[in-house]
Write a protein that binds this ligand. Structure first.
Ligand code: PEP
Ligand code: MG
Length: 768
């Protein structure tokens, strides 16, 4: 059964449409269960009924015609109760409804299992047998497993299919489709989709077209030639280590690439207007599917070889992707798993929106989106992204919605909203030179988080008093190898000079987690709990020392450098890092004659272990900064990058607030400077809680700075303290959020709150 399950899942995942997905499911499940009938019913939102969408065993004419109300028939009952129903004699059940057109009269036994995705019933999978017997409990368990495993694929195919249907029904007219993701950087962006495909996954190749088939065919033939050359070299290089049989496999690969009918198929598809990447991937996927269906296990296994070969050729094709060159004037960057590296290939000045299918509002791509003030939607899991190249999209970074083929009225409304937002931001800019004091005279400091060249300018304009976090890994991400000491000096010096005499806090390399350097890939099962941040730096002192030397040398004569260490989770690693910094400083000043002022050194508090050792850490450094992004994910055991659990990621969780309170108490007791540089500091509502807890220095994306300032100019410190005290006593984050939103719902601040990304909870309605 497990083998059948795996095969079904594999096949479904490579299908490209809803009918294809459902046909595979009913065919394969019926055959695995040796049942008479397997049918799939899906809920039709418009009709509010369950519709027979695919069947093996019932009459095909009944597809689309059999429809059952919410509680009608056995299907309606299974959906309403959200649990399996296993009957030996279905016709005796009071809920039984008979549909003559299906030809189901000979079938007596019935097993219905709900298909549930993210707590929502999508439909019901039904098995029927002629014999009067209950399905065995193992059979029931198998169908439950199939439904649970495939509900995501069905939901995705449904959403994708909806877009295609709308597109064809529209016959050129504008027909709207809305996709929900996670609101990650506020504002509205309207532009044309530019797809970024970072992997050589054949099923994630963007659908692209060409106006120059001859050029694409040439590229395709060159890619084939290059791959054949690689295979030959690889085979020759391994000749002495391989058995004759294994060696022969390389010849088989080369012959596959020489196969005339395969080449012709791809060429034909290109001649019909498809780009080489699209033509190649769809032809290869078709062959992979054919191999997978073969009865002979040896041939079935060859599916993996064809797939591998396909990926190799695709790698060459992607490197030559010519269609990318003419970029639209307003770019909406779309990708399956976008990272800041994607920005290296486009003119950022033309970027108006960012959409990623993976990731969440605390992923680093979202942080970069906020830093640049670009509307961003993450976790848009159902977006049929490979088909959107060149299409106009509206990105609503405040609600998390992506709209394709918007109607004229909807588009007009969004353009109007853009105008209002621009005006709102202009009004906020007037606050730039107002001193940072709450109405009752409490002084607060607003710092910025930087990393990209492009956000430096915005940060300077925002009137920030310092850089609280310069993410040095971002310039590292944009390159194809580690920068040399001199190259790093140039990057750091530019930053230090731009902000001088204001302090600049440079964090040492914080890679790992969701920040993978293209030239230093880290493959781990559990990357956020793995080799990250300071752990990598300490394991590679040659990389760490070069970075420290570059920072120190860059600061010569400017003297505004602060160095900060990420992911500190124990004292020995802090001490080791401090020793290495001392060593670099000593070598530069005593041995090499540089005249450099010793910078302040700090540590981040972003791991729960560090929360319990703030005093010990604080005694060893000059300053501390709380990284609430990681602290929240580790305290709540919620991956900050996973859209599936995004609803559980709350910086206003009582445990996070209690940790923040403890951190400030401990830091004050050892008189260690403290700031906060996680995204929480850039959220106008949360910042009031932080002020109430005693925090005074907030470091955030430049685009959030004026909103936060506007909030703090309006809320007295005394009120903030009362609110924070009450919030600390509340049982959960929703209660805290609701309480804070209501308390701050005065005319001056309500507009501010509505301009920040909405939380995906029912409480968000309160401030909408
Ligand atoms: C944090 O974890 O809060 C932080 C500021 O660091 P990063 O988001 O870069 O991990
Ligand atoms: Mg962090």
């Amino acid at each position: 059964m497990l083998a059948s399950l795996r095969a079904i899942v594999q096949e479904v995942n490579s299908a490209r449409s809803l009918p294809e997905v459902l046909t595979i499911i009913v065919t394969e499940v019926r055959s695995a269960m040796q049942a008479g009938v397997c049918s799939a019913y899906l809920f039709d939102e418009t009709d509010q009924r369950y519709v027979l969408m695919a069947t093996e065993g019932l009459r095909q004419e009944s597809i689309g015609n059999v429809r059952l109300g919410m509680r009608e028939g056995l299907v309606g009952l299974v959906a309403a109760k959200q649990e399996p129903l296993n009957l030996e004699d279905a016709d005796q059940h009071p809920n039984f409804a008979y549909f003559e057109e299906t030809g189901e009269s000979p079938f007596h036994s019935f097993l219905g299992v709900p298909i549930i995705h993210h707590r929502k019933v999508l439909g019901v999978l039904v098995l029927q047998q002629e014999t009067q017997r209950r399905f065995a409990s193992e059979e029931e368990a198998f169908v439950v497993t199939v439904c649970a495993q495939l509900s995501g694929a069905i939901a995705h195919a449904e959403a994708t299919g909806a877009l295609r249907q709308l597109a064809s029904a529209g016959r050129g007219k504008s027909r709207e489709a809305i996709f929900q993701g996670i609101a990650s950087s506020p504002g509205v962006g309207i532009g044309r989709a530019v797809l970024v495909s970072s992997s050589t996954d054949l099923s994630a190749v963007p659908e692209r077209f060409t106006k120059d088939p001859a050029a694409e065919i040439k590229i395709f033939l060159e890619a084939l030639k290059a791959t054949k050359r690689d295979m030959r070299n690889l085979g020759d290089g391994l000749a002495s280590k391989l058995s004759e049989e294994e060696f022969a496999l390389f010849e088989v690969y080369i012959r596959m690439l020489d196969d005339r009918s395969l080449v012709r198929e791809v060429k034909d598809a290109i001649k019909q207007g498809r780009a080489a990447t699209s033509a190649w991937s769809s032809v290869i996927l078709k062959h992979v599917r054919t191999f997978k269906k073969m009865d002979d296990p040896y041939l079935r296994e060859r599916a993996a070889d064809v797939n591998d070969l396909g990926r190799r050729v695709l790698g060459y094709l992607q490197a030559k992707d010519t269609e990318q060159t003419s970029l639209p004037r307003r770019i909406v960057l779309v990708g399956e798993d976008l990272s800041a590296t994607a920005l290296a290939d486009i003119p950022v000045s033309r970027l108006v929106g960012i959409i990623s299918l993976k990731g969440s509002s605390n992923s680093h791509m979202a942080i970069v989106g906020r830093a640049l003030g670009i509307p961003t939607v993450m976790g848009a899991v159902n977006l049929p992204w490979t088909e959107l190249e060149g299409q106009e999209l509206i990105v609503d970074g405040s609600t998390g919605e992506v709209i394709s083929r918007a109607t004229r009225t909807v588009r007009r409304n969004y353009v109007q909203r853009q105008r209002e937002e621009r005006q709102f931001n202009k009004d906020l800019e007037k606050l730039r030179d107002i001193p940072c004091h709450t109405p009752d005279g409490k002084r607060f400091s607003l710092w910025v988080n930087t990393g990209l060249r492009q956000d430096t300018l915005q940060s300077l304009k925002s009137g920030a008093e310092a850089v609280g976090l310069f993410r040095t890994e971002i310039p590292f991400l944009m390159r194809s190898s580690f920068p040399t000491e001199d190259e790093q000096i140039e990057i750091y010096r530019e930053q230090l000079v731009a902000f001088s005499p204001r302090p600049v806090t440079m964090r040492t390399l914080d890679i790992g987690g969701d920040k993978d350097l293209p030239y230093f890939p880290i493959e781990e099962e559990n990357p956020f709990l793995g080799w990250r941040g300071i752990r990598i730096s300490l394991d590679h002192p040659e990389i760490f020392l070069v970075q420290i030397r570059a920072m120190l040398r860059a600061s010569e004569g400017i003297n505004n450098l602060r160095i900060m260490l990420p992911m500190i989770s124990n004292i020995p690693e802090l001490e080791r890092a401090l020793q290495l910094i001392d060593r670099a400083y000593g070598e530069l000043t005593e041995e090499e004659g540089y005249s450099i002022k010793r910078p302040l050194i700090g540590a981040m508090i972003e791991v729960p272990a560090a929360v319990y050792q703030v005093k010990e850490i604080g005694r060893r450094v000059d300053f501390l900064s709380v990284g609430t992004n990681d602290l929240t994910q580790y305290l709540l055991a919620v991956d900050r990058n996973n859209p599936r659990v995004a609803d559980l990621y709350h910086t206003l969780h009582p445990s996070v607030l209690r940790a923040l309170k403890s951190i400030i108490e401990q830091a004050s007791s050892v008189k260690c400077q403290l700031s906060i540089c996680g995204e929480m500091a850039g959220d106008p509502l949360s910042v009031v809680v932080l002020l109430g807890l005693g925090y005074e220095t907030f470091s955030m994306s430049a685009s959030s700075l004026m909103r936060v300032k506007s909030m703090l100019l309006n809320v007295s410190c005394k009120d903030a303290e009362i609110l924070a005290r009450r919030a600390l006593k509340m049982p959960d984050s929703n209660a805290i959020y609701k309480f804070m939103a209501e308390a701050l719902n005065q005319p001056e601040v309500a507009k501010l709150l509505s301009a920040t990304p909405k939380r995906r909870t029912e409480t968000s309605k309160l401030i909408a």
